[in-house]
Design a protein. Structure first.
Length: 353
């Protein structure tokens, strides 16, 4: 049991140090030591969608669990090959290459995901926008050549950011960007979508107890085989490696976090990160982290970008999403929760970091 605990703690600390936002904290019972329930299978870590994929399955034979995992990994790569802006033959690369030139026929899956993203953009008043790619590129987050652009450069990039200029043709399943230089990036929604699709796949295959951790986007199928919920930890965005702001009980649900501590650089003591306000071209400053929990993987992923709205408007917006709960950590370290977050999911959450 000591060895098991040592391994679990090492994994937790390593993942948190690497910037992973959400982590499976304890698979074992708190009341009965740290031995995992029998029949627990952990997949090898796989790299996809520019992050890591780890799967835990319980209640299946090792052979079944390996086959389940292989099917899920294949699905993740299939989605990546359609939706990544870095895969040369992806639908997204084709759309971006034809910006301002011609519509591009895409797969039904890509079309549906872009249409869903547009619905979130409308619902969130533009705080979520898949056309933000020119800004992300300008600040150096695609090639890791980080820089602070001039106001003139940001103003120019902003002329290419506008979700209203993504033209969808439902009948022909085509997508077109209205102006040359525009680009889309589905990174703010595709990972959550993939987790949701993997969860559906597992259910079709008869998996009743599983947990998917896709770079911090979490999907829980059922609870653990011992009758307990899965326990997910939320990283303290300003804490040491391994420190958490809280832990959540999750069963048949999804969790996603976004913050200024996933991908960032520091210049002259100031932190710059990969999420931008599509209206200003700069990072949002009022919130450093958001976590959203609810019944749909795509939705929690998109809603976690609500940090762009700030804590006051963000909490107000969440009133329009009754099936979802959220946690905000503001720039002063105060933790604010929607009314149901603590009662439905939280084991313990700090008031302040």
């Amino acid at each position: 049991m000591k060895a098991t605990r040592k391994i679990i703690n090492w994994i937790l600390i390593t993942l948190l140090a690497a910037g992973v936002v959400l982590v499976v904290v304890y698979l074992a019972s708190r009341e009965a030591g740290l031995a995992e329930p029998k029949g627990t299978y952990h997949s090898p870590t796989v790299f996809a969608m520019d992050t890591t994929l780890d799967i835990t399955i319980q209640g299946r034979s090792a052979e079944q669990a390996k086959q389940d995992t292989a099917a899920a990994v294949a699905l993740a790569h299939r989605i990546e090959n359609k939706t990544s802006r870095f895969k040369p033959q992806s639908d997204i690369v084709k759309i971006n290459s034809q910006a301002g030139v011609a519509p591009v026929k895409v797969s039904d899956e890509t079309f549906a995901l872009i249409k869903k993203a547009q619905e979130f953009s409308t619902r969130m008043g533009g705080a979520f926008d898949i056309t933000v790619a020119p800004l992300v590129k300008l600040w150096g987050f695609y090639d890791q050549k980080y820089r602070i652009p001039s106001p003139q450069e940001i103003a120019q990039a902003l002329t290419l950011v506008d979700y209203h200029k993504v033209i969808l043709d439902e009948a022909n399943k085509t997508v077109m960007l209205a102006n040359k230089g525009m680009e889309i990036d589905l990174g703010g929604i595709a990972k959550g979508y993939a987790v949701g699709q993997m969860a559906s796949l597992f259910k079709e295959r008869g998996v009743q107890h599983a947990l998917i951790n896709f770079g911090g986007a979490i999907g829980a199928i059922g609870g653990r085989i011992d009758g307990k919920d899965w326990v997910v930890g939320i990283k303290d965005p300003r804490g040491q490696a391994g420190s958490l702001v809280g832990e959540l009980n999750v069963k048949d649900g999804f969790v996603s976090s976004s913050g200024d501590y996933e991908r960032f650089f520091i210049r002259n003591g100031k932190r710059y990160f990969h999420i931008f306000d599509p209206k200003t071209g700069y990072n949002p400053t009022e919130v450093i982290s958001t976590t959203v929990v609810g019944p749909d993987g795509t939705t929690v992923d998109a809603l976690s970008k609500i940090l762009v709205l700030g804590p006051v408007r963000g909490l107000e917006f969440m009133k329009t999403q009754p099936a979802y709960e959220a946690m905000f950590i503001d720039a002063d370290g105060q933790i604010r929760l929607t009314p149901g977050f603590k009662t439905k999911y939280a084991i313990n959450v700090k008031d302040h970091i």
